[in-house]
Design a protein around this ligand. Structure first.
Ligand code: UD1
Length: 419
């Protein structure tokens, strides 16, 4: 298995470019199932998860050409002739479950293996299934597959107990090509949900209220393929900002979607840092004496749960005691033991982590347990004294496009050892 070797405390300088958003690209690729004609998606990041979603579409019968060099993906969904997303693919990536909505809407049939994904506690799909049942689908579980069937979906009034990103997106996709009006209450407001809605609207869908907690979708008979450029990745941008701060450096983050990072930047300002915002970039201005902060990871527009672990890694060496409350997932602190092995002092109490800032962390052999836990270890290693060996970096490859090359280019001493 590949690993990263990082020699910490190197100053970073220069410009680092943000790729397209993983969590937007994956759903937009899934949404092309709703179309009948070829379409080109641009700014598609080169990630394991994107390659997995490409394979899912190919398994369904679509023809897909991906050029990582140009970040473009050409998809011809007109040849789709299967409704089954197999275990080998869905087990590695939960987002493959997002093909259920489009398959049901277009073909009235979908068989999807129960999903896998990041290893941090239970992540059910009950909201997705309940919504599809409310829209008329009959759902059964057979041999590890969820099978959904319907003659024709019908719009309905859907309420989510929690603003689930995936369930909101799955229903938006299905409802776009469904008779009648669908209303989603307590919908997710994430920028990636808005990006998906923007793509579908460009293709002729009638969607209102995306970005708010009430989304109204009036189904249309047909959608028309329109080329689209994916939004930049706010989580990757946030990770680069933390890499800059952990090394007390002033990086310029090109393409940072500042509008989607408001609370994250606000919290870093509470630490004492500053940011110079330009039209297409953000320059990090680190404070010499940053202070501890408190925050709660919440659905958008709250602090993003995907930046919770990288932020904890950064706060490990910030003076005072910081407090993080996790409000989205039951168990998203599995990385703490690894940070503590590097000298961090983090105590867990239920869904709260108390971080007492240390003078420094020290390099150690560590293991990534999931994607964002892996990003946290990279942040910790960049700021630590000595050398850190990060194992199981396949988790990091799921969500960071060319991380080693991008960080090396701004002065980090990071290398991938192929194993
Ligand atoms: C997406 C993101 C992920 C991010 C998360 C929250 C993708 C590919 N992934 O994941 O990076 O961390 O949003 O911002 O876009 N839940 C249920 N039942 C369901 C669905 C969700 O109980 O049917 C719960 C989950 O267990 C979790 C919470 O709702 O506790 C939020 O999950 P959700 O917003 O659906 O996350 P994903 O779409 O899987």
């Amino acid at each position: 298995m590949d690993k990263f070797i990082i020699k910490g405390q190197q100053k970073l300088a220069g410009q680092i470019k943000v790729s397209g958003a993983k969590n937007s690209a994956l759903k937009i690729i899934a949404a092309t199932i709703l179309l009948n004609d070829p379409v080109t998606i641009s700014n598609v990041p080169d990630l394991m998860d994107v390659r997995t979603m490409k394979k899912v579409l190919e398994k369904l019968g679509a023809s897909v050409e991906y050029s990582p060099k140009n970040s473009t993906m050409k998809i011809d969904p007109s040849t789709i002739n299967s409704y089954r997303a197999p275990y080998e693919l869905v087990k590695t990536m939960r987002a493959s479950f997002q093909v259920m909505g489009p398959l049901l809407a277009r073909f009235g049939n979908a068989e999807i293996s129960l999903p896998g994904g990041c290893n941090f506690g239970p992540r059910p799909v009950d909201y997705h299934l309940k919504a599809f049942e409310q829209m008329g689908a009959k759902i059964t579980t057979e041999h590890g597959y969820i099978c959904a069937k319907v003659d024709k979906l019908i719009g309905n009034h859907i309420y989510f107990d929690f603003p689930s990103v995936g369930a909101t997106e799955n229903v938006i996709m299905a409802a776009s090509l469904t008779d009648g009006v669908t209303i989603i209450e307590n919908a997710a407001k994430e920028p990636e949900v808005v990006d998906l809605a923007t793509f579908l609207k460009l293709c002729g869908a009638k969607i209102e209220g995306e970005g708010t907690s009430r989304i109204r979708i009036e189904g249309v008979k047909k959608l028309h393929a329109r080329d689209f450029t994916v939004l930049s990745d706010r989580i990757e941008a946030g990770t680069f900002i933390l890499a800059s701060l952990a090394t007390n450096s002033s990086l310029e983050i090109i393409g940072a979607p500042v509008f989607a990072l408001e609370v994250f930047l606000e919290k870093l300002k509470d630490c004492g840092h500053d940011f110079e915002i330009h039209q297409n970039s953000l320059i990090v201005k680190p404070s010499k004496n940053p202070k501890a902060i408190k925050f709660t990871a919440q659905p958008h527009p709250g602090f993003p749960t995907d930046l919770q672990a990288p932020m904890a890694a950064y706060l490990s060496t910030v003076e005072g005691t910081s407090l993080i409350t996790e409000g989205v997932y039951e168990n998203r602190f599995v990385y703490i033991s690894e940070l503590n092995r590097m000298g961090a002092s983090i105590e867990l109490d239920g869904n709260k982590a108390y971080i007492t800032g240390q003078d420094f962390l020290s390099g150690a052999p560590v293991m990534a347990s999931d994607l964002r836990a892996g990003a946290a270890l990279v942040i910790a290693a960049l700021g630590a004294k000595g050398t850190t060996e990060i194992n199981r970096v396949y988790h990091i490859d799921r969500g960071y496009d060319g991380l080693v090359a991008k960080l090396s280019a701004v002065g980090a001493q990071i290398e991938r050892v192929v194993g």
